[in-house]
Design a binder for this molecule. Structure first.
Ligand code: HAM
Length: 464
């Protein structure tokens, strides 16, 4: 019986797998240059980390978390004794990594009193039981960064700029990317704002969808994100957070914009940008692409969460960060025809003509790999003709043939797969000859003797 992958998951194969490694490498190089250090947190955590961290009224916590049970825990569930589960038996696959990162920062006491900000980044799978569609998966990969210990608006601008630099390095055309920003206010101003939105929604209750009617009492700000056309229209005239910010939040937001302006970062202010998780305070942002993604056009988003460290058991610590969805980035890169990595072709294919040369061909292949060549070799005793076909298939332009005659004479036959020309090379000269044939002797860095007064220079530039 064939078993297929679970709904909403993807096998990363071939070029897709290469793209994941590539996007991750680009993130690493950009984030490292901003002082961020890599960390990995568990794929599952105690469910309380997410419930307290993300908020009980969020869609992610209410309906999208995958539960995880150990055999003990599962036995209690199936016997109807769920209330006997201890907190460390109530586990969930991580739907995002911010809450887990905060838990790790608190647990390992990474924040020193009066110390420098702690900057961390991560890359890996997240799990949300959403209805799968293009750009929306149940297992998806995020690349994210979190910065702890500073409330300075410069840090907000820095994190946003780092995200935009990452996008730029991936060569996503800037004109197909929108950066949206907003401020969500804080404990001072948000409760009153939230209530004014709820009051406005009550006035329009009958025109709102069922979900938004429920949100009036639980999470009114989420109605700004409702995909229902009627709700969208009504929420356009709802009170705006930017008119309701307290003086401190207003000043903070103005400073963030000032820093972005000073670096020529283009952004759009969107007073309806509320984000889907409850932990945000003050700055929030989202990066959307205009082509290739349809409704799931957010390739990343984040913001400040100055209360979350405290919520998860740490000392009050301002913090902020973002995460970007790899699968959406990959779709956007493809739609924009941005350069993507291609699988490396072998430099050389070693064709083995007969089992009596197996040991010698094994040595030859190792020697070639030790010298940095990408080598393919089929060890299935196929005919030479089939091996040439395989070499063509894997796009090797050079084949080394080793058979009993060659072995007896201490040579190999080098075949050019494009011209079919062949020549014989002594074992001792194989590396040098291959470097020459493949043009590596020209490309390879070598110490230039120009700097050395006692030598005549060997470089082309002096020969001109
Ligand atoms: P989020 O907006 O829920 O934020 O997710 C960030 C990004 O992950 C999205 O913009 C999207 O690109 C991708 N993403 C989310 N859900 C899916 C899905 N089901 N399928 C494919 N891609 C998806 C967070 O997760 C926050 N933790 C970000 C953050 C970090 N805020 C502060 N620090």
């Amino acid at each position: 019986m064939a078993i297929n992958k679970p709904k909403g998951t993807e096998d990363l194969l071939g070029e897709d797998a290469l793209t994941w490694v590539y996007v991750r490498d680009v993130a690493e190089s950009v984030f490292t240059s901003y002082g961020f250090k890599y960390l990995e947190v568990p794929m599952f955590e105690q469910v309380d980390v997410f419930v307290h961290g993300l908020g009980t009224a969020t869609d992610v916590v209410r309906k999208e978390m995958f539960s995880v049970y150990s055999p003990d825990g599962y036995a209690k569930i199936s016997e109807g004794r769920a209330d006997e589960l201890k907190p460390d038996q109530r586990l969930a696959l991580r739907p995002e990594a911010t809450a887990g990162t905060v838990r790790a920062v608190v647990e390992h006491n990474l924040l020193e009193q009066g110390g420098a900000p702690v900057r961390l980044w991560y890359a890996g799978s997240m799990f949300r039981a959403e209805r799968p569609q293009k750009g929306r998966l149940r297992e998806f990969r995020q690349i994210g960064a979190e910065c702890f210990g500073t409330a300075d608006p410069a840090a907000d601008a820095e994190v946003i700029i780092m995200f935009m630099r990452f996008i730029e390095q991936l060569q996503l055309p800037r004109e197909s990317v929108r950066l949206l920003i907003n401020s969500m206010g804080d404990d001072q101003c948000r409760p009153a704002y939230r209530e004014s939105v709820a009051a406005y929604m009550r006035e329009h209750k009958d025109e709102l969808c069922e979900e938004c009617q429920r949100r009036i009492e639980t999470n009114p700000l989420r109605a700004f994100d409702c995909k229902n056309e009627a709700c969208h229209k009504i929420m356009e005239d709802a009170p705006r957070i930017t008119d309701a910010l307290c003086d401190d939040c207003k000043a903070h937001y103005e400073q963030v914009k000032h820093y972005l302006d000073s670096q020529g970062i283009r952004y759009e202010e969107d007073p309806r940008l509320v984000r889907g998780l409850d932990y945000y305070t003050r700055t929030v942002f989202e990066v959307q692409v205009t082509d290739g993604l349809g409704a799931q056009n957010a390739i990343g988003g984040g913001g400040r969460y100055d209360k979350l460290v405290e919520t998860i058991g740490g000392k009050p610590t301002p913090a902020l960060g973002f995460a970007s969805g790899f699968e959406r980035i990959a779709l956007a890169l493809e739609a924009a025809n941005a350069p993507l990595p291609v699988p490396a072709k072998p430099d050389v294919y070693v064709a083995v003509a007969g089992s009596e040369v197996s040991a010698a061909s094994f040595d030859l292949v190792q020697k070639l790999r030790d010298n940095g060549f990408i080598v393919e070799c089929d060890r299935q005793n196929r005919s030479l003709k089939s091996q040439f076909k395989l070499a063509d298939k894997c796009e090797a332009t050079t084949v080394l043939v080793l058979g009993p005659d060659e072995l007896a004479q201490g040579v190999v036959t080098l075949r050019d797969m494009l011209t079919h020309d062949q020549k014989t090379i002594a074992f001792a000269d194989v590396i040098q000859e291959l470097e020459h044939v493949l043009g590596y002797d020209e490309d390879h860095d070598h110490e230039c003797c120009c700097e050395d007064d006692d030598h005549e220079c060997c470089c082309d530039h002096n020969e001109a």
